[in-house]
Design a protein around this ligand. Structure first.
Ligand code: OAD
Length: 234
């Protein structure tokens, strides 16, 4: 029998049990920093040093974090299913847990790029662990200041089309730990084929922007994944 294709859309709640802050929960990142300052092209133009330091801080923190059980269970699921992960997270915890197909919608914290041509593949570079601290004056191959390889608010999301294509091929769709506040990521559910079972793992209520029946597992990512795997068994 052909393996099921499980498409998983993850958000910050996926990494909460690894100790990574979410954005909109109480105490979340957007309570501590102004989005306009650190996550928009305007913020970058106004104060590149502040933005550079902000992402240096996130990188330094991420080096101390480990994948949680939820990340590991998703990776192990590849033994029985074809698993495609579409993540809004900029951390590399899915990859470190062993997942092999991970598409990042909002960029990757350990990558840097040109501030002139951010989506030119020739400008994008992965930092080694000991290179987490980027400085003003560090240059991309095209000679412009290095910036984080992060999709900021107001910028296009180049991976949205491949993500929509993956969603349209789902046999099972699983959403973990996202408030579905940010578009176009939140609109991906519209591409899931009719009749495809949809599961949501999140301890809180999330409004799903479609009249689709969703099985809500009201748990954290790790416990929720254990329950999801039980329901998936034939
Ligand atoms: P949010 O902070 O908006 O939502 C986090 C979700 O995770 C909420 O629904 C929480 O209830 C849930 N949650 C909290 N703890 C959890 C746990 N242990 N297990 C499972 N779920 C848990 O984060 P995102 O939806 O990911 O973009 O935010 C989307 C985008 O907004 C981010 O990628 C980022 C942000 O601004 C950029 O920076 C471009």
């Amino acid at each position: 029998m052909a393996k099921k294709h499980v498409v998983v859309l993850t958000g910050a709640g996926m990494s909460a049990e690894s100790g990574v802050s979410t954005f909109r929960d109480s105490g979340g990142l957007w309570e501590q920093y102004r989005v306009e300052q650190v996550a928009t092209p305007e913020g970058w133009h106004e104060d590149p040093k502040l933005v550079t330091d902000f992402y240096n801080g996130l990188r330094r923190q991420l080096l101390t974090k480990e994948p949680c059980e939820g990340h590991r269970l998703l990776a192990e699921m590849e033994q029985d299913c074809n698993v495609s992960i579409i993540t809004q997270n900029v951390d590399d915890l899915h990859e470190r847990a062993g997942s092999s197909r991970v598409l990042h919608l909002h960029g990757e914290l350990f990558k840097v790029t040109s501030s002139m041509n951010p989506n030119d593949p020739r400008q994008i570079r992965t930092l080694k662990d000991d290179e987490w601290e980027v400085k003003i004056g560090d240059k991309a191959p095209d000679g412009s200041q290095l910036r984080p390889f992060i999709v900021w608010f107001g910028e296009a999301v180049p991976n949205i089309e491949p993500a929509a294509e993956i969603c349209s091929q789902a046999d099972v769709f699983l959403i973990i730990g996202t408030s579905l506040n940010v578009y176009p990521a939140a609109g991906l559910i519209q591409y899931v084929p009719q009749g495809c079972p949809i599961y949501l793992i999140d301890p809180k209520e999330v409004s799903i922007p479609a009249c689709m029946p969703v099985t809500h597992i009201r748990k954290g990512a790790s416990e929720g994944m254990r329950e999801f795997l039980r329901t998936l068994q034939p």
